[in-house]
Design a protein around this ligand. Sequence first.
Ligand SMILES: *Cc1c(COP(=O)(O)O)cnc(C)c1O
Length: 378
Amino acid sequence: MKTPIPFIDLAAQQARIRDRVEAAMRRTLDHGAYIMGPELGELEAKLAEFCGARHAIGCSNGTDAITLVLMAKNVGQGQAVFCPSFTFAATAEVVAFLGATPYFVDIEPDTYNMDPASLKAAIGEAREAGLKPVGVISVDLFGLPADYDAIEPIVEENGLWLLSDAAQGFGGVYKDRKVGTIGVATTTSFFPAKPLGAYGDGGAVFTDDDDLAALIRSLLFHGKGEDRYDNVRIGMNGRLDSLQAGILQEKLAIFPAEIEERNRIAARYSEGFENLLVTPHVPEGSVSVWAQYTVRAPGKNRDAIVAALKDKGVPTAIYYPKPLHQQTAYENFPAAAGGLPVSERVAQEVFSLPMHAYLDQETQDFIIDSVRSVLQRV
Ligand SMILES: *Cc1c(COP(=O)(O)O)cnc(C)c1O
């Protein structure tokens, strides 16, 4: 057992692929095409094949990936885009950054993903408030795909588009559909700690729409037209660099085996915590990539649990201590009527345990035993 126990063990993964990563980096250093080198196209082809999307477009990070889709959809002033409040800030940030209104929706207490009923209510409320609903950003929180069968009809009935923010969920499955093929576009992040992480910033947009793909490729390259010095629209610098694209190919090669391992560990955790904690619920037909393994102990003092685990040498993290609609930067944006009680409650209760593909059985047992003994005392 490694001590101290790492929350995410990127070093163990690096040791496994270090030779291949060094060789990939050396290839980039040798040819010298640091931007738009051959690694980018190779990675995009592999990512598209992996998830079954027609187009995979590498970009600078998961935040820019969302921004690029919203720019392509002309999101701006007077428009409402619906998203959960219990998520990483980037999901709502880009909506506000483009001058539109992020409209916060509540989540379901068992999956922590968007509550379709709350979404439906919020769309009606936004219209009454004089906003123009245009789109929905669902989030595959903690690696679990959102409830797309329930969300998609609401999106369609209201003439909206759906963007799937799979920064945490890429690699997952929703009822025979792979994450990357859902919505008008799916976005992901290659931030180092995400399930598929680079050694720096990176992201991708997935879509089956040829026109949307072409538009996004232009937008991420300063609105280029025929070539890079032909500027036909306002864009941004949103490219993924060759070194990261090379590294990511090595990471992608071991990703399926890592997802299986994460699922084995999650299953062992959930068995070990049965009747003790609210463990993550994975609906029938869904495969999570376990970006986080997040639990709750309603009625118990979370701070005391986390402190006692720390004393035992078990690291934890809290995703997320405050939902976005209660954050200083977002508290003036609208939220579904009646407030967002589930988001507010779970933010007080959740904590996440170490989760990565290199957690050996001895460490898993130590964590399970530690949690069990701490919960008997607090
Ligand atoms: C990490 C994350 C992002 C942003 O990705 P970056 O690559 O850090 O910009 C967006 N949405 C969610 C849900 C995330 O977890």
